[in-house]
Design a protein around this ligand. Structure first.
Ligand code: S3P
Length: 446
């Protein structure tokens, strides 16, 4: 067995073996927010001046964004893993890349770059790993074309080929699905447009792009579910402290809830209200979660979360909470499997378009551990029960892998989770942090 330790102290693992654990205890500072880390790199790159970001997430997804920007001539220094200095080249200073830009596993990188690159003078091509090459891109290409961009996809999927030198116009666009990535792509393209961009969201989605653009001196406006951007002539470099990622903290919210004993304290966690749906869902299920907001928060609210064990009960998850907890649904599936009674998830069809088909993959994994799950097109009905030991295929999905790693603490026997290397896309330190609170995880390279 290889414990997967890398020179930088993080762990790569092809699979995880997890033993049941009754008690978890400790304080954790989860890594930086992935969404915000992508955005600070992109906005810093096209700003004027040098932007400093602390608390940056050095996960593979954000490193793909960093590499792409460097390939377009942006100087980015990383004196330590979580600090970056981005020397902005200005709105029109990016250089043509000499090869296709590889977005790795990251849908956020690909879709936001599609917007940013639509307004450039040069041609570009966006590619990714096997999972990303299967994900839908017309949702972003279609409205960008309506702004004048020239973009091709392959039957709706990557590669995306973007023709440079186009004049972009403003747009007034009603998004058919709730997607912060689509909204953000249009806002980034809007920086290059000759008129305002208005986007109507069918439901509120994460607003990190809006907050970040305001920090770079380019505020957006919001009225009645409609976001507007009037293009300015520049972004101005700034200093950003990236909060801890609530989507990473959420794994420990679940670990603390399903444990038999102990207490977990999560420090410096982002509490942006467009992201906190998971707190509401877990509370409705009976979780004991206490949140103390920090008083000196900047553009993004942060705070401390304390979580203690609680008996969870099944609920009907309110569909309006789905976009506010979209990345945490693997954990909602697990919480439901361990709760008393039945949980119904509906209105969550977007989960089928994530790093894996998260409805299908979670349902299959829970069934493999003895849980009764009925899958629907847009969700699932899960009857709470007892998790057995067993083998799980995470389908290369980081959040599925970590959700089952937490679930396994409450199983009746060891659980082996396969295809887990992509944990490094969002949470390179997951194994070490999980162990620090007492979870019995072993990373294996098989
Ligand atoms: C993200 C938006 C969400 C989320 C993803 C990150 C972002 O995707 O699932 O992990 O940073 O804008 P959608 O826009 O597809 O909902």
């Amino acid at each position: 067995m290889d414990d997967g330790q890398r020179a930088d102290g993080t762990t790569t693992c092809q699979s995880l073996r997890v033993e049941p654990t009754a008690r978890v205890d400790g304080r954790i500072r989860v890594p930086g927010d992935k969404s915000i880390s992508h955005r600070v790199l992109m906005c810093g790159a096209i700003a004027e001046g040098t932007t400093r970001a602390r608390g940056f997430l050095p996960g593979a997804d954000c490193l793909a964004t960093m590499a792409a920007l460097r390939a377009m001539g942006v100087d980015i220094a990383q004196p330590d893993a979580t600090t970056v200095y981005i020397t902005g080249v200005g709105l029109h200073g990016l250089a043509a890349p000499s090869a296709p830009l590889d977005m790795g596993n990251s849908g956020t990188a690909m879709r936001l770059f599609a917007g940013l690159l639509s307004g450039q003078a040069f041609d570009s091509e966006l590619v990714g790993d096997a999972s990303l090459m299967q994900r839908p891109m017309e949702r972003v290409a279609t409205p960008l074309r309506a702004m004048g961009a020239e973009i091709s996809t392959q039957a709706g999927r990557p590669p995306m080929r973007i023709r440079g030198g186009r004049t972009l116009t403003g747009i007034d666009y009603a998004m058919p699905m709730a997607s912060a990535q689509v909204k953000s792509a249009l806002l980034l393209a809007g920086l290059y447009a000759n008129g305002p961009v208005y986007i109507t969201e069918p439901a509120v989605t994460r607003d990190h792009t809006e907050r970040m653009l305001a920090q770079f001196g380019c505020p957006t406006c919001r009225r009645d579910g409609r976001v507007g951007l009037v293009p300015g002539d520049r972004l101005t470099a700034t200093r950003i402290d990236v909060p801890g990622d609530l989507s990473s903290a959420a794994f420990f919210l679940l670990a603390g809830s399903i444990a038999g004993a102990g207490e977990i304290v999560l420090e410096n966690v982002g509490l942006n209200p467009t992201r906190t749906g998971i707190l509401e869902i877990f509370r409705r299920m009976g979780a004991d979660i206490q949140v103390t907001p920090a008083t000196d928060a900047g553009a993004e609210p942060v705070g401390t979360i304390v979580i203690r064990p609680a008996r969870l009960r099944g609920i009907r998850v309110p569909p309006e909470l789905v976009p506010l907890a979209i990345d945490e649904f693997p954990l909602v599936f697990v919480a439901a499997a361990l709760a008393d009674g039945q949980t119904v998830i509906a209105g969550a069809g977007e989960l089928r378009h994530k790093e894996s088909d998260r409805i299908g993959v979670m349902a299959a994994g829970l069934r493999a551990l003895g849980i009764d799950v009925e899958e629907h097109e847009d969700g699932a009905t899960i009857n709470g029960g007892r998790l057995s030991g067993g083998e799980i295929d995470s389908a290369g999905d980081h959040r599925v892998a970590m959700a089952f790693a937490i679930a396994a603490a409450a199983a009746t026997g060891p659980v082996r989770i396969h295809d887990t290397a992509n944990v490094a896309t969002s949470f390179p330190d997951f194994v070490a942090q999980a162990r620090s609170i007492g979870l019995r995880l072993e990373a294996m390279n098989d």
